[in-house]
Design a binder for this molecule. Sequence first.
Ligand SMILES: Nc1ncnc2c1ncn2[C@@H]1O[C@H](COP(=O)(O)OP(=O)(O)O)[C@@H](O)[C@H]1O
Ligand SMILES: [Mg+2]
Length: 297
Amino acid sequence: MNILEISELRKSFGDKTVLDGLTLNVPEHSIYGFIGRSGAGKTTTMKIVLGLLRSDSGEVRVAEEKVSFGETATNRFIGYLPDVPEFYGFMTAAEYLRFCGEITGMQGDDIKTRSAELLEAVGLKNEKHRIKGYSRGMKQRLGIAQALLGRPKLLICDEPTSALDPVGRKEILDILQNAREQTTVLFSTHILSDIDKICTDAAILEGGKICLSGGISDLRSKMSSEGYELELSRPEEAAIIAEAFGCETEGCRIVFSEKQHSIGDLMRSLADRSIRPVHLTRLERTLDELFAEVIGK
Ligand SMILES: Nc1ncnc2c1ncn2[C@@H]1O[C@H](COP(=O)(O)OP(=O)(O)O)[C@@H](O)[C@H]1O
Ligand SMILES: [Mg+2]
């Protein structure tokens, strides 16, 4: 089942079109990476899903129920960590979670056990200081605990790692990965290595639409290119092979396109001429390259 289904979503601010027919399906228990450069419309999309912003057209369903702008009932399924979370600095983490539990109508005992469980999960169990002294990473971790308090079916985090150093980022990614047992995670980012590390699925938002989406293994298979780089020991050998196959050389290296020639022919040609390869490497595009290609930069 898809926990979130967005179809043909449109949103403009004045004459500026931000979402131009965005369609996205988030399968249950996935860790879904929502990729887009700054200003692509990630926060706008999330706010519409939460009913905090009115769309111009299109439909959003959470756990198969339709989202409506305003006080949408579907928010009972969602835990949300905004891009810049705000806290009461005078509270401790435990006090803050108790406060959040109380205003959302949770039972006292449940607040206690759930808070203890979550503070442990986000590494703030022994933190007695007030929130005002917290680092950004600690605030993000507390924000995730708050978002998970009501056992949501869908956890939405808006750029949870963007302002953090590598250690802080890894902590957040580990927490999100562990949260997958209990919920579905949708998080936005412009950091592609985050996607590589934990996501099961991802979608790229560009030009108001999803221009590429799917399971990570599918995306990876789109990433493998049909080329090889061959390195020989002498430039003269490289020149001979390059001439035979009509490819470019760079010193001792040749880049060989599998679309134009078969790798078997290349191997045979090397064997026939008794040329020993030093290296033969399959060229793989990185997620960064795929991203750049998809968004046409
Ligand atoms: N309330 C608003 N009024 C006018 N423009 C807005 C408003 N909110 C967002 N935008 C514009 O919409 C675009 C997308 O913004 P946003 O959804 O915040 O992008 P992202 O989260 O991907 O960085 C940006 O160009 C932003 O300036
Ligand atoms: Mg944003």
